[in-house]
Design a protein around this ligand. Structure first.
Ligand code: SF4
Length: 425
């Protein structure tokens, strides 16, 4: 397989905290509770980013550390754990680390073990913003769940879909597998802790999300299962390859070319709009490779695709499909601003920290964050995926009084006196 060349910069990328995956995982695993041992900063992050109201009783909380707690390598959280059990009756509690206690060397493994019981396990999840970007904490949560997946005998040859997707998308994958005659053992994560799928040497792990390489590798090493190497199921091109490659694992040769052609035809109005548009990825969700590949298949010109981390084995098929695209790992944001000013992209997919300043300069930019929450997988997700890009372009076209003359060009130039972002720094 062709190896796409990538550039690794100096790591001065602006990445968002790994705690955020709590926002979708607590909704996905319905009998879970997520407890973060953190500070007011972490509490503000979760409250503001996830839009949580105090009376919504979400199944996550921050146990606020005081100075005195940090003198011990094991703060006492037993009272909070008992309260969580009393109020929420979870089947499992995830204990997430954060920056301050990690710096202060809190011994999380031992802390989780000290409050864990066979009835309600408390599982340590490394997730701090120091080490993990955005979606990577889902990888840590799923790794913590592996010991609770029952073993499956070698003759049990079924697929386990890997990655959190909402229930409607999960149903769509179950129905499609049934239609193709592919036997399904379940999803990791399942909707309930008590429904985790059996996994063994006969299991085919089919990753739905591009940020779960640690879980996939651990399953391959510990359970001897096969990890599907294919495109991720985004867009008509990715979805067709995903299902055809998965069927091949079960000895079936299926041709979904008609299905793919029909899906492209349904979104033709949108691909017509995207064709020839310059798109720049500067986001940090680890979903950048498959999203860029989909846009390339739409006929867009991907000027640059930056992402915090590339795994050559887990992302091999996406890298091959992105041949010719400039791929940057851990991009330097200041260099990116210069490239943006030079290449003048029509749309920038940016992260939650940098999008608003870019928009303030008149750039058409949208949050990459959204893609972690949107139902964009499989055949059912094609429309939501393509419209997420074209809506941003169409909205800007309606708002921009200068029509095709981008107003941001002047604001982004180094000589701009009042620019929010300085290209000279
Ligand atoms: Fe900030 Fe670290 Fe807390 Fe994340 S874990 S909100 S980066 S202090």
């Amino acid at each position: 397989m062709h190896k796409a060349s990538t550039i690794r910069e100096d790591g001065l990328y602006h990445s968002f905290c790994g705690l955020v995956s709590v926002g979708w995982l607590y909704q996905k695993i319905k009998d879970s509770f997520f407890l973060i041992l953190g500070t007011h900063t972490c509490a503000h992050l979760l409250q503001n980013t996830l839009g949580v109201m105090i009376f919504a009783r979400p199944r996550f909380a921050v146990s606020l550390l005081e100075e005195a707690d940090l003198s011990s390598s094991q703060p006492d959280i037993s009272a909070q754990i008992e309260e969580i059990k009393r109020e929420h009756h979870p089947s499992v509690i995830f204990l997430l680390s954060s920056c301050t206690p990690e710096v202060m060397k809190v011994e999380f493994e031992g802390l989780a073990a000290s409050v864990s019981t066979p009835e309600v396990p408390v599982l340590f999840v490394p997730a701090s913003g120091l080490d993990y970007t955005f979606s990577q904490s889902e990888d840590s949560v799923l790794q913590a769940l592996i010991p609770f997946c029952p073993p499956a005998p070698p003759e049990d040859k079924r697929v386990v879909f890997l990655g959190s997707v909402n229930d409607a998308i999960a149903d769509d994958f179950s129905l499609e597998a049934a239609r193709l005659g592919i036997p399904v053992a379940g999803f990791l994560p399942a909707s309930h802790f008590t429904e985790l799928p059996p996994i063994g040497p006969g299991t085919i792990i089919a990753p739905l999300q591009p940020y779960l390489h640690k879980t996939a590798t651990q399953l391959r090493n510990e359970r001897g299962c096969t990890v599907l190497s294919s495109l991720f199921p985004f867009g008509p091109d990715g979805t067709r390859r995903f299902w055809e490659d998965l069927a091949a694992q079960f000895g079936m040769k299926v041709d979904l070319s008609d299905r793919e052609a029909a899906a492209w035809e349904r979104i033709k109005r949108h691909t017509d709009l995207l064709r020839g548009k310059k798109i720049f990825f500067a986001s940090d969700t680890l979903m950048e490779l498959p999203l860029a590949r989909f846009l390339k298949a739409c006929g867009a010109e991907v000027v640059e695709c930056s992402t915090p981390y590339i795994n050559r084995r887990f992302h091999a098929a996406e890298l091959a499909a992105l041949e010719g695209v400039r791929l940057v790992e851990q991009a330097n944001f200041h260099r990116q601003l210069r490239t943006i000013a030079e290449t003048k992209p029509d749309l920038i997919i940016s992260n939650i920290i940098t999008t608003n300043p870019l928009v303030g300069q008149g750039v058409v930019a949208k949050w990459g964050t959204e893609y972690c929450f949107l139902p964009i997988h499989g055949w059912a997700g094609v429309n939501a995926l393509v419209t997420s890009f074209t809506r941003a372009l169409e909205r800007h076209a309606k708002l921009d009084p200068l029509g095709s003359d981008p107003i941001w060009l002047t604001g982004m130039m180094p000589s701009s006196p009042g620019g929010v972002i300085s290209l000279q720094s």
